[in-house]
Design a protein around this ligand. Structure first.
Ligand code: GAL
Length: 649
């Protein structure tokens, strides 16, 4: 079944005089927009005072949009509790890690664990769901807005403490088991009852990592619980309409896979230029990438997140940058064509909808310097022309279903938390490592799925595990029995699920037994040579005994990669060029056909279509090994071009 993707926009009618609403709706239609997301920050206009509801304006705009043929994504407004509510229960706001109260005056000023606020969130959700749940123009829902944004996943308040103790008691039942599992005998940290346990902040030196790990799992459950409370109400009052939440890029503080079990649409908010700038904290100051791509974005960052979230539900891009944003370190204007290219790239990855943030540039308050599809004076901005172009192009093409890929990349939130809590080198960053491995497949022309540990591994030819600290035997066995080739990366199998070191440091069957680890600064790598190619293992490398076939040599005499009867193991984190060569060989050994792409050219397969995107400044030519009929664009590609090729397979 083929589907035609659609465009959407985020709209804030409450920011504009009513006289503009009808022309706004008409102009959206003219711009090829089908979906409009509204109301996620409108609580103070819906309920200006406790129990006093003002629905007229929202009824009116819902009618205007709907009567103009636009479909509405209605949001619950719980990311912005109004002042009267905060005044009613001042302890609903979060407390930061240093014990400081977070104030009213922006957004997301609540603690997920505050029972009173949970009730309020359910009350306002019910009110909106009752009013619009059966409205013909409301076709989908969004809960809240960007859970966890602005460092709000964790709160160090009393409500959190109370709920954390209850959570721990439920998990461990008796305090001795908790003491054992956390290893509290170390430094005399043993507790006599659950009531003695504090939150793991403000300790003299680092808190017990197991304490922290449980706090992370608990906090993730709190987000899931908060979301589920709303989902349940929406499903009751508006059955059959899909429910989404808009997740973020480069954000791992809660387990998105768990939350998505309660949602239909796994949406995320894509800001390619903002992310490129802000990712520098983990991108080790990649000057070349920053200079080459400052006005177009990292060629793999968007794709990585499309693949990550499409593995959890129906993929939507709920917000996409339509021009410069205001919040990154630097905020350049996207190069002409970039907005169109990002949109097509999302569709290549199976997105059903790409919705731009926002319709019109705001004239006041926090985000005045953030572009919209329209300028503040209501004339079309560049993003709007590009959106229009995509909307015309979509009409000419039928997009096939995405098929299961032949390569899987294993991703796990808990594994990420363990590496963050117990890093040993400041430069070990889980998402960075994941994107490095992801990139190494893409530069070899591959498309891949990003999957969690409970995935169905059948049918994959290559399973890549960049790092899975507490990969358990069961999951590993499932991967092995799928018959796929397995490539595991640094730190895999280093800990168990209780955050303790298992007796054997490494997984059996990968040809290596780790004895010691070298946790290095990025600037001081180990020089290696692999099949004649010189390279580096940086940040993390392992020394041990090889029991299988080992390849490559380091200056200190340890291998680069080993292979046993169940797969291969990378004994460190290779630099980009080395990893790409190793991956090419792994892909070929798995029976795939890697094709090296020109720098910054990427391809993604969707059914029998190949979508090429050129992120580089140089013009490139699609290699001849890709044969097929061109449906859009050309084999010669300028920067920000998109080419769609129909292949026979
Ligand atoms: C997102 C957020 C929007 C808006 C946007 C600006 O993170 O969901 O409400 O603030 O950023 O780029």
């Amino acid at each position: 079944m083929s589907k035609r993707p659609e465009l959407g926009v985020c709209y804030y009618p409450e920011h504009w005089p009513e006289e503009m609403w009808i022309t706004d709706a008409e102009n959206m239609r003219k711009n090829g927009i089908s979906w409009v997301r509204i109301a996620e920050f409108a609580w103070s206009r819906i309920e200006p005072n406790s129990g006093v509801f003002k629905w007229n304006w929202l009824d009116k705009i819902v009618d205007i949009l709907g009567n103009n043929g636009l479909k509405i994504v209605m949001c619950t407004p719980t990311a912005t509790p109004p002042k009267w509510l905060v005044d009613q229960m001042p302890d609903m706001v979060a407390i930061d890690e240093n014990g400081r109260t977070r104030k009213f005056g922006s957004r997301r000023h609540y603690s997920f664990s505050h029972i009173g606020y949970q009730k309020e969130s359910q009350r306002i959700t019910k009110a909106i769901a009752e009013r619009y749940g059966q409205n013909n123009f409301v076709k989908a829902w969004q809960t809240d807005n960007e859970f966890g944004c602005h460092e709000t996943t964790y709160s160090w308040c009393l409500s959190t403490l109370r709920e954390f103790r209850i959570w721990l008691k439920k998990k461990y039942q008796n305090i001795d088991d908790l003491n054992k599992s956390w290893g509290n005998v170390f430094w005399s940290m043993e507790y006599r009852s659950f009531e003695e346990i504090e939150l793991p902040n403000l300790t003299v030196t680092e808190a017990n990592p197991s304490h922290n790990f449980d706090f992370r799992k608990f906090s993730s459950d709190q987000v899931k619980n908060f979301n589920y409370q709303q989902v349940k109400i929406l499903n009751d009052y508006s059955p059959g309409r899909p429910i989404s939440h808009n997740f973020m890029g480069h954000f791992t503080e809660f387990d998105h896979r768990e939350i998505c079990k309660d949602l239909n649409i796994a949406a995320w908010d894509s800001y390619p230029l903002g992310f490129l700038q802000n990712m520098q904290t983990i991108a080790r100051g990649d000057k070349k990438l920053l200079e080459d791509c400052y006005n177009i974005g990292d060629p793999d960052f968007q794709s990585y997140h499309h693949d990550l979230y499409r593995g959890m539900g129906r993929l939507w891009i709920m917000e996409q940058q339509p021009g410069p944003v205001n919040w990154a370190r630097y905020n350049p204007i996207p190069i002409a064509g970039a907005v169109r290219m990002w949109t097509w790239e999302a569709f290549a990855h199976d997105a059903e909808v790409v919705s731009y943030f926002r319709w019109r540039q705001a004239p006041f308050a926090q985000e005045q310097m953030h572009a919209g599809l329209m300028y503040r004076n209501n004339t079309p901005a560049i993003g709007s022309h590009e959106a229009m172009q995509v909307s015309n192009e979509i009409q000419m093409l039928n997009l096939p279903e995405t098929q299961k890929s032949e390569i899987a990349l294993l991703h796990d939130y808990e594994a990420c938390w363990i590496t963050e809590l117990d890093g040993q080198t400041e430069d070990f960053h889980y998402t960075r490592l994941m994107i490095d491995f992801y990139k190494s497949v893409r530069v070899n022309g591959g498309s891949l799925d990003i999957v969690g540990k409970n995935a169905d591994f059948a049918g994959y030819k290559l399973i890549i595990v960049p790092s899975f600290v507490h990969l358990e035997t069961d999951t590993f066995k499932k991967m092995v029995s799928s018959g796929a080739k397995i490539l595991a990366g640094p730190r895999t199998g280093l800990k168990d699920r209780n955050f303790q070191i298992p007796e054997n440091l490494s997984l059996e069957g990968l040809g290596y037994k780790v004895k010691r680890v070298d946790a290095l600064p990025y600037e001081l790598p180990v020089e290696v040579e692999w099949k004649g190619q010189k390279g580096k293992l940086h940040v993390w490398r392992e020394q041990g005994d090889s029991s299988g076939i080992s390849e490559g040599n380091s200056e200190d005499g340890f291998p680069v990669i080993t292979s046993g009867n169940q797969g291969s193991y990378l004994c460190g984190w290779p630099d980009e060029a080395l990893l790409s060569s190793i991956m090419k060989e792994q892909m070929a050994m798995a029976g795939l056909k890697p094709i090296t792409l020109p720098e910054y050219l990427r391809v993604r397969q969707r059914g029998n279509l190949l979508f090429f995107t050129n992120y580089g400044k140089k013009n490139v030519v699609i290699p001849d090994s890709f044969e097929g009929e061109i449906l859009l664009g050309s084999k010669n590609m300028k920067q920000a071009d998109v080419t769609i090729l129909k292949i026979n397979k």
